[in-house]
Design a protein around this ligand. Structure first.
Ligand SMILES: Cc1ncc(COP(=O)(O)O)c(C=O)c1O
Length: 380
């Protein structure tokens, strides 16, 4: 520990969930109790589904018990098979959803700036077995949706997006869920908007809504008919009620995060070897993460050492998405997982660090964290 630098008395985590006033939640629970309806498309679910669809500015939306199941159902709804081209720089759920659908993930390298799948490299990964592209809007930065759609149209492929980090992100005022054939959102507690656990699948095709809703409810059509092998992907009334309350808090939370982001950018602007990932200029930001990259040579210390040092001061950052999915034992033997196929992803994964970022964090705490980083750099 460095002299004159104090450890935070309480741990500072990378995020904290938005928690609505307990009295408001109790009121909602009273409504649910008096309705005697806990799940299966109850009144809270119906209201929440409409509100969230409006917020995300998308034509069709189905709620789910989590984002992973939403994406599993998304693949089923589009009848995706064979191989799907995706990114290795993501949360395990993305390729695992493919595997759970008996689909082979094919890893494509990432763009060095956006850290999303590199649309210029997708075409070379296409084989006769390819049926779709699954992009991830990593850290809320939109993929090259135009470039990806052009390739998909040329080869007759479907396009799916994992927008777990991109709640409320927009491109030219168009909700991010309007791109591709389906998009998944996660409402996990770590996300800016959440329902404790939860998620949604969004799409434009009106005809898909019925199929998605059957698939998330065991394929049940009515009391007499089960029309397809569905799963249980339903969001319940308590999750929906929580979502309605958290939705009211999202704009306020975004404003607080905007100020924290500006503070980080200002405090870190002269630190050699640290760059801020995608400030999303001109795009409507999801404010999901604040991410930096450490250039070990210039900063004088590796990302891992900085991560460890910050921990000593009770600052808990995250090395998202280390390790790369292509390094997991279940995927590392795939030909597309070779390091020579994924040079950028393998470099980036050793450089990124997600900083503490949530509305409850104070501006002066961000200043102290940045100051700590500068002192750690000077002391090495
Ligand atoms: C990129 C990405 N995809 C998928 C998921 C999984 O979503 P859920 O936890 O709602 O199943 C997450 C994180 O939770 C994620 O970060």
């Amino acid at each position: 520990m460095l002299k004159n630098l104090k450890k935070f008395s309480d741990p500072i985590y990378v995020t904290r969930p938005l928690l609505p006033d307990l009295n408001l939640l109790n009121k909602k629970l009273e409504e649910i109790w008096s309705s005697n309806w806990l799940t299966n498309n109850g009144p809270q679910h119906q209201l929440f589904e409409r509100k969230i669809r409006e917020y995300l500015k998308v034509p069709q939306l189905s709620l789910f018990n989590n984002g992973t199941i939403a994406l599993v159902v998304g693949c089923q709804s589009l009848r995706i098979t064979g191989e799907v081209i995706t990114t290795p720089f993501t949360f395990p759920a993305t390729p695992h959803v493919l595997t759970w659908n008996n689909i082979k993930p094919i890893f494509c390298d990432i763009d060095p700036v956006t850290l999303n799948i590199d649309s210029a490299k997708i075409e070379s990964m296409i084989t006769p077995q390819t049926t779709a592209i699954l992009g991830v809007h990593v850290f809320g930065t939109p993929c090259d949706v135009k470039g990806i759609q052009e390739i998909a149209d040329r080869y007759g492929l479907k396009v799916m997006y994992d927008a777990a980090h991109a709640f409320g992100a927009e491109i030219d005022n168009i909700g991010i869920g309007n791109y591709g054939d389906i998009t998944m959102f996660s409402f996990h507690a770590t996300k800016l908007f959440h329902t404790a656990e939860g998620g949604a699948l969004v799409f434009k095709d009106k005809n898909l809504k019925q199929r998605v809703d059957y698939l998330k409810n065991f394929g049940i059509k009515n009391e007499d008919e089960v029309v397809m092998p569905g799963i249980n992907g339903k969001m319940n009334e308590i999750q929906s009620a929580l979502g309605l309350l958290v939705l009211e808090m999202v704009e306020g939370e975004k404003q607080k995060r905007k100020l924290l982001k500006e503070t980080y950018i200002e405090c870190l602007k002269d630190v050699e070897g640290i760059t801020v990932v995608n400030t999303n200029k001109g795009l409507n930001d999801s404010y999901q993460y604040f991410v930096i990259r450490i250039n070990e040579k210039v900063f004088g210390m590796s990302r891992d050492s900085l991560y460890g040092k910050l921990k000593e001061y009770n600052v808990f950052t995250r090395k998202y998405f280390y390790p790369l999915c292509s390094e997991y034992s279940c995927y590392k033997n795939l030909p597309s997982s070779s390091r020579s196929n994924l040079p950028i992803a393998n470099q980036v994964v050793g450089e990124v660090l997600c900083m503490p970022f949530y509305g409850g964090l104070k501006v002066d705490e961000v200043e102290i964290i940045c100051n700590l980083m500068k002192n750690i750099q000077r002391s090495k």
